[in-house]
Write a protein that binds this ligand. Structure first.
Ligand code: GLU
Length: 279
């Protein structure tokens, strides 16, 4: 069976041990299966992503001994295209413009951080027509209307990671209470939601198996819903455990102490890094 996976960092900081684990695991799984390992820069957050971080990530991955198939895919080069692909959802009256505050919307769009709760949008702008869209308005998915157009038993995904192994059904009631009317894009600023761009790219890059941290498990239901709405193929998922610091907290990009660059400067070898992450 074909196996195509990807490592999809957001270049908003240096590569740290947690990312290295994710990349090494995906790479090893692909190579063991005789499949492909692709590299994607999820750099849609133009304010936080920096070319120097991308350069450092690429250099660290090469140093770790990883090779990827094909060119690096950069999401920032495709933002207009992601937005254009929302047109069928507009035609089906599944999106509406929303002018609720900028900080709410930005929080909803950014990649997740552990411990940060994403509030479910209370639906203030639901029912507004696309004709009423103002410059700067976000586009939200009318989740209730979207779910009503999908067959409930189709919303399933297969998980092979230990923490959630098995077949999962995305329940409409849970989706409405936990996900709600998410922001998919914001006009004028060329922003698309991380989980939307990622769902398009997984389809376009022919990803059969998504290997990523278990902190992203909660984003899988909305991605499954979007795959069905946009007629995209559904990959399998493998959410792996996280590398934690000594206090048990997930490593974040700001934890420069765990940056691969720092271990390299201290003389660690790629084999040392593999040992540190338990591979
Ligand atoms: N870009 C996301 C991150 O850096 C990963 C997204 C994914 O693997 O689906 O956390």
């Amino acid at each position: 069976m074909a196996f195509v996976t990807r490592f999809a960092p957001s270049p908003t900081g240096p590569l740290h041990l947690g990312h290295a684990y994710s990349a090494l695991l995906g790479h090893d799984m692909a190579r063991a299966a005789g499949g492909s390992f692709l590299l994607r820069m999820e750099d849609t957050d133009l304010e936080r992503c920096r070319p120097e971080y991308e350069a450092q990530i690429l250099d660290d991955l090469s140093w770790l001994g990883l090779t990827w198939d094909g060119p690096v895919h950069r999401q920032s080069e495709h933002i207009a295209c992601y937005n254009a692909r929302l047109e069928p959802l507009i035609a089906r009256s599944l999106l509406y413009p929303c002018s609720c505050t900028r900080s709410d919307i930005r929080a909803a769009l950014s990649a997740p951080q552990e411990g940060v709760q994403h509030n479910v949008y209370p639906g203030i702008c639901r029912g507004r027509s696309m004709a009423s869209r103002l410059p700067g308005d976000a586009l939200r998915l009318d989740l209730g209307a979207a779910l009503a157009q999908l067959s409930p038993e189709a919303l399933v995904f297969q998980e092979t990671g230990a923490a959630h192994e098995g077949r999962h059904l995305v329940e409409a009631d849970t989706a409405l209470s936990d996900i709600g009317d998410v922001v998919l894009s914001r006009k004028g600023e060329d922003i698309v939601a991380y989980f939307l761009a990622s769902a398009f790219d997984d389809a376009d890059q022919g990803i059969t198996d998504v290997v990523r941290g278990v902190d992203l498990f909660t984003f899988t239901p909305i991605q499954v819903i979007l795959q069905h709405l946009l007629a995209l193929p559904a990959p399998r998922y493998h959410h792996h455990g996280l590398i934690r610091d000594d206090q048990g907290k997930r490593l974040a990009k700001r934890d420069d102490a765990r940056a691969i660059a720092k271990y390299r400067a201290e003389g660690a070898s790629p084999a040392d890094i593999r040992r540190m992450v338990g591979l």
